[in-house]
Ligand binder design. Structure first.
Ligand SMILES: Nc1ncnc2c1ncn2[C@@H]1O[C@H](COP(=O)(O)OP(=O)(O)OP(=O)(O)O)[C@@H](O)[C@H]1O
Ligand SMILES: [Mg+2]
Length: 270
């Protein structure tokens, strides 16, 4: 049976402010979903909340995978259940090599009961797997010996994310793609990488404004977020329409959320 990620009436606060105001979403393993919406509508907030970032407080609603509630789980336990977030702004962890980081992450995912300090998967097994995966993705083997995200270009950060996806094989991959600062090569790395990896075993939520990403990875579902709610869901044609025409028609069809959005922006400007 394909696993199901279910998000039910999710309300999320950052500090005193409610950012998500009742999000409903279901993603099955094997499906590709696109999440779109204007800046500040809450897309990244949803991604961070799903992975369990401590700054985002769930005040109401449920996140579950196959009926198991995730609300109170810490990020590493969520990862063990198959959730993966490719960060919009990957962090630099000084002094940690790509290969070491991947070996630790893989050990945790392969052995869900592993405690901190317990042994990792064998170096030999890991090296073989890493080598094969990198070959499959046309990556240079020297990449594995680099320090994590230190001096990585935008494109290299994206390669790192795709490599993580390929090795960890999460059930649910959340990709939060920034539009600014990525050149077309970097976008191609993600698009092609993802299209190689996505399949019946992976449910994907792509947050993007990039038409290109969705061309390689046509979503079965497109969701539009406005003022902390998913206000519309359609197929790939909805994504194409929004790329072509922007969000004005969405705002017109959902005046209440549009008013919320305006109010939020006014508060932010003060
Ligand atoms: N950690 C935080 N601290 C303070 N405010 C936050 C935080 N995270 C999100 N917000 C606020 O929540 C709202 C939604 O932000 P979010 O980053 O989720 O939007 P987004 O849809 O991802 O936008 P973009 O398309 O620009 O990436 C914004 O008003 C933002 O300022
Ligand atoms: Mg964002």
């Amino acid at each position: 049976m394909n696993a199901l990620l279910k998000i039910e009436d999710l309300h999320v606060n950052v500090g005193e402010t409610e950012i998500l105001k009742g999000v409903n979403l279901e993603i099955r393993q094997g499906e590709i979903h696109a999440l779109m919406g204007p800046n500040g509508s809450g897309k990244s907030t949803l991604a961070y909340t799903l992975i369990g970032h401590p700054k985002y407080e769930v005040t109401k609603g449920r996140i579950e995978i196959d009926g198991v509630e995730l609300n109170e789980m810490d990020p590493s336990d969520r990862a063990r259940l198959g959730m993966f977030l490719a960060f919009q702004y990957p962090v630099t962890i000084p002094g940690v090599k790509v290969a070491d980081f991947l070996r630790l992450a893989l050990s945790n995912v392969r052995n869900p009961d592993r405690k901190e300090g317990e042994s990792l998967i064998s170096m030999r097994e890991f090296r073989t797997e890493l080598r094969e995966t990198m070959k499959q993705l046309n990556m240079d083997s020297s990449f594995a010996t680099r320090y994590l995200n230190e001096g990585f270009s935008g494109g290299e950060k994206k390669r790192m994310e795709i490599l993580q996806l390929a090795l960890l094989k999460p059930k649910f991959a959340l990709l939060d793609e920034t539009d600014s600062g990525l050149d077309s090569d970097a976008v191609r790395v993600v698009s092609e990488g993802l299209s190689k990896l996505a399949g019946p075993e992976m449910g994907v939520l792509i947050i993007t404004h990039h038409e290109r990403l969705l061309e390689y990875n046509e979503p079965q579902f497109t969701h539009v977020m406005l003022a902390g709610k998913i206000v519309e869901t359609g197929d790939a044609s909805l994504a194409h329409e929004l790329h072509a025409n922007g969000y004005d028609s969405i705002r017109k069809r959902h005046p209440e959320e549009a008013a919320w959005e305006e109010q939020q922006q006014e508060t932010a400007a003060k």
